[in-house]
Design a protein around this ligand. Sequence first.
Ligand SMILES: Cc1cc2nc3c(=O)[nH]c(=O)nc-3n(C[C@H](O)[C@H](O)[C@H](O)COP(=O)(O)OP(=O)(O)OC[C@H]3O[C@@H](n4cnc5c(N)ncnc54)[C@H](O)[C@@H]3O)c2cc1C
Length: 401
Amino acid sequence: MSAATYRRPVVIIGAGLTGLVTAVSMQRAGLTPLIFEKKPHLPHAKTGVALWGNGMRVLDRLGVGTKLRTCGLATLSSEIVNSTDGRVLFNFNFSEESSGHVNEIIVAELNELKQLLLEELPSESVLFNKELDSFTQHGDYVDVHLADGSSAEGAILIGADGLYSRVRSRLKLQMSHRYAGYSTWRGVTNMTNLSKEFPLQLGREIWGKGRRFGAMHIRTGTLYWYAVANARNGEVFLRPFKKTLLNKFGDWDFRCREIIDATDERNITRHDVQERLQPVPWVENRVVLMGEAAHPITENMHLSTCLAVEDGHCLAQMLAEYGVRDPLGLEMYERTRKPRCLAVAQRSRRIERIAQLEHPLARWLPERVLGRRRLATALRRILRIIPDYTAGDLPGPILRS
Ligand SMILES: Cc1cc2nc3c(=O)[nH]c(=O)nc-3n(C[C@H](O)[C@H](O)[C@H](O)COP(=O)(O)OP(=O)(O)OC[C@H]3O[C@@H](n4cnc5c(N)ncnc54)[C@H](O)[C@@H]3O)c2cc1C
């Protein structure tokens, strides 16, 4: 094994949130990251991101937390209300509910967060228009082959390439997904005079039968909203999404119609919600999976975003501690992260079961079917576990031989 191994970068596939947080964490830990992203640039569509205390602690470690707080807004409490009569079904204050951690939720634009992370990296370490095709593993490095014919050697290869990860499929890890039974749409809209329906610093989610609409302010006059509706597996939703959304939520109170109407169609994104069914290994020799590529979970309360941020930080910590050549670093990453991701996924599934309830006999809201107390218990359990991640130091790398 030659000393040249150390000069090989840690190659990351994908400049999504997972890839970018991982790259900045690696850099802070004294390692050399190199991202290949297949898109020509970061996406232009505006969408929001909500980061719980766990995610913010990582960003603080990386030195971008304060900057993000100035672009976004802290949400301090949240409530779930009934779509038909506006009754409050459940409310909570984040600092009271969290398990001993100082908690906050920062709501910001996802692109602004990605841009902040990008600015922390030297321009030569993020290459756009570079699609991974395949890779070959050798004893102490990985040959990475790109679709344009170019190639690179990496000390480690990280698959941060999302739900339909090519890195994972090239490892021949067939990951069966479970379609969660619903679809989500997200948008950012500029609108003033919403302080009654969606007060500043309050996250409000409205629950109807098999449907949810939630919104939080990114800043005064800028609202991040999301809509969730039960849908058949494979059901096709074409643009304009606004039309579908107005059909589903147009008659809801809280000025949902106006909010959807005021949103630029280009700033509405949609995706089906999938979840990993069978656990797969996340590590094979010098290749490791992270974020959505490793553990897609049902998208409730922005949990997958926060897990992705934790992943990046944790991997950098392990590599810094054990060195890039010691397989124990990747092994410890998998061992540390799997139970945490599994626990969050299980709780997310529980929320989903309550929230998306649409049984023909259950003409009432989940609250009536399950009882207020059970609903509150399920939600409180997840509120306790999400912030529970201590972002430790990122020490300099120990290059053990
Ligand atoms: C359509 C959509 C909308 C979402 N909207 C929100 C939102 O509004 N708010 C929120 O908090 N969360 C949102 N999420 C979830 C959130 O983005 C993710 O959970 C979180 O950011 C972690 O994702 P990731 O970085 O692991 O994967 P992704 O965000 O999917 O990023 C993977 C990256 O890898 C790149 N890539 C894929 N294949 C290759 C290849 N072969 N070669 C090179 N590059 C490749 C992709 O282009 C992409 O940039 C959304 C997810 C999706 C799919």
